[in-house]
Design a protein around this ligand. Sequence first.
Ligand SMILES: NC(=O)c1ccc[n+]([C@@H]2O[C@H](COP(=O)([O-])OP(=O)(O)OC[C@H]3O[C@@H](n4cnc5c(N)ncnc54)[C@H](O)[C@@H]3O)[C@@H](O)[C@H]2O)c1
Length: 251
Amino acid sequence: MRVSYDFRESVVVVTGGGHGIGAGLCRAVAKAGGTAVSADIAPDVALNQYDAPGQIDVKMVDVGQAESLQGLLRDTLASYGQIDAFVQAAAIQPRQAIEEMSQETWHRVMNVNLNSLFYAGQILMPHMKSRQSGAIVAFTSGLAQTGWAKASGYAATKAALIALVKSMAKEGLPYGVRANVIAPGITDTDLFTGPNDDGEQEFFRVRGGGVGTVDEVVPLLLFLIADASESLTGALLSRDLIIHPPPRNVR
Ligand SMILES: NC(=O)c1ccc[n+]([C@@H]2O[C@H](COP(=O)([O-])OP(=O)(O)OC[C@H]3O[C@@H](n4cnc5c(N)ncnc54)[C@H](O)[C@@H]3O)[C@@H](O)[C@H]2O)c1
């Protein structure tokens, strides 16, 4: 049994689409004939050159700033006339103890990881409601359940995103607008290797259930944005294995 997707005439906006899981999704959307708008603060222009039936439109956006993200969405609507799906993959994870973290850093994490979905929703919900169609996907993390030393802001945003997405699902339900959240599990990207020191990486590899790949996560995202999941909204799709607290010698 095999599944394949046809995204011709579909427009998918992917924040954090410059690298990691978001970039993998942009390539998959273009491969399926669609238009992926890769919205990233550090865009990878080489994504333009991906040889596929569809296209990747690379944009520089700071999702933590309402004007920047909402401007990108308005420009996308002006250029393409529609947004069929929005995937919020952009995230940051500065590692600092609470007493070391500045209020500025805390608010930046809230803006980039969490408030961005609210900013986007202000443009997306009216558009998708009027079309009686649309899919929104955000990423949570296992750390939303466990917490993690020095990752308080990140963990808090990833927990709050679940409630935000479930509320969007309730608001969108009468209009055919869907919102789901995915926990991708530990995945070998910059967001795994950057914040986690060698001891933590070893912990996740050995005791945290292992480290997955972008290619393992992308098919689940394609499912969540496609009509294959049209009866699914307000759901949390998890590849996350239960993570036990780290050994005491992990600092
Ligand atoms: N990798 C993991 O182990 C893991 C585990 C659980 C959840 N997640 C979630 O998966 C999603 C994708 O992460 P990834 O692993 O591909 O990480 P990644 O670091 O490879 O990609 C994140 C992207 O977000 C972009 N970004 C950061 N700040 C931005 C901003 N202000 N505006 C626009 N773009 C910005 C980065 O430039 C980068 O391209 C994230 O939401 C992350 O929280 C990842």
